[in-house]
Design a protein around this ligand. Sequence first.
Ligand SMILES: Nc1nc2c(ncn2[C@@H]2O[C@H](COP(=O)(O)OP(=O)(O)OP(=O)(O)O)[C@@H](O)[C@H]2O)c(=O)[nH]1
Ligand SMILES: [Mg+2]
Length: 502
Amino acid sequence: MLETLTRGFDAARDRLKGVRELDEGSVGEALRDVRKSLLEADVDLEVVRGFLDRVKERALGEKVRTKVRDKQGKLVRVTPSQHFVRVCQSELEALMGPVDTKLRRDAKGAISIMLLGLQGVGKTTVAAKLAQHLVRQGRRPLLVAGDVHRPAAIEQLRQLGERIEVPVHSDDPGVGAVAICKAARERARAERHDALIFDTAGRLAVDDALMAELQAVRESVEPANSLLVCDALMGRDAVNVAQAFSERLELDGLVLTKLDGDARGGAALAIKAVTGVPIKFLGTGEALDRLEAFRPEGLASRILGMGDIVGLVEDFEAVADEQEAEADAERILRGKFGMDDLLKQLRLIQKMGPLGDVLGKLPGFGQLAQQVDERELGKVESMIQSMTPAERQRPEMIDRSRASRIGRGSGRLQSDVLELVKRFEQMREMMSALGSGGGLPGLPGGGQLAGAGGGGFDPGMLLGGGAGGGQRISASTAMRRRQQAKRKRKQARKSRKKHKKR
Ligand SMILES: Nc1nc2c(ncn2[C@@H]2O[C@H](COP(=O)(O)OP(=O)(O)OP(=O)(O)O)[C@@H](O)[C@H]2O)c(=O)[nH]1
Ligand SMILES: [Mg+2]
């Protein structure tokens, strides 16, 4: 997702590394990399120009303060390259935002949404995703099969509705979209649904017949939210389509789908700037929970290769019990960490969504995220399940004969089990080092994630080794090195103090 964009900003940052001052020359060179990747990512040319001009002006114009105070009041140095990235972050956010992702309600507090868009962009999928999203907020949605043109459309929505246990209103296509949608409105009132989602038909291109039908449906049901669905694969076309729709129908927002499939994703950057309509949701996969409320700052920092900590914390909060997580974290940081805890952490992480997505939001893990194999986690899980409670509590008791029994029980090799135990022990050691030495670098302190995520689990560690494991090892090695460096600094401080005393 968005690799092309990230590559350009990475290159720019590399170029500015070690530069003592931002001047025309160095900024110009850095922006050349950015420009190339923006164009490659299919961002609208005018938007690219405006963006580069603003970044350049601010990067050169703002006096770079080389020392600023961070949130804890500590003095930190800011390098020219960091200043440049900060300017890019804020301009990217400005380009895509501001956006209010709350769905509008009608006078009675009910939420109605009409989904529009060309054929195959993901309208029906988004309808089901939004329904699930609303169910999680405690609402009782009704889905409406308003696509009377594609014969299989009604059945598709019915099946999706069944999967998420949300009723679907449909009728004979001959009745017509307007009448079906109107009847659905009545039914929602009678059956006390407080959310109504209209799926509509798509066409291959923007044409008058499509627009007229959508306008008629809109006028008859007056949805509080009209959302245009575009897919990221459409590239610059998505921007053109959005423009055409917003000229004819009043749009409240956009849903940009299939961001998982497109490395370019330039539409995400340009669509608001060109049409004035903000993106409200992102679709990041076929599965029905792959819907994210759009946060410009989150996407901006992912584009800049810095992860999306806020998004990650939100994901985590959605699946974790706060008090339990904190109690776990404390125990883990005290070095009391068994295989059962590991299993629990693994399951939490799996609940947060595909592992690659989770890692993609961690700063510096973007690359790694593309390599982690979900199945590996399943293997670890099956091995732990074949251990006795005592072995889970004290994995150090697992000798070769126990390992081969566990291996047989889980369909793995003795050596797999021994490897897992070895890595687990390294991990436990690291965790208790963390416990005595503060939080995980790069993660916000004090938050749930810093406790349970930072203290609990580093997937890179368990998955290391084997083919293609280079990156994985390097992620955990990097962490180990940071720990070592920290210990060394501590020792150095101690010995300096001793010196002074003498
Ligand atoms: N990878 C990926 N696939 C998606 C996403 N959203 C939808 N799809 C897939 O895109 C295809 C089309 O989705 P639909 O929801 O049927 O699209 P539609 O706009 O309703 O299509 P029509 O009703 O024919 O106009 C399906 O195979 C979906 O599974 C997404 O965010 N990521
Ligand atoms: Mg459809």
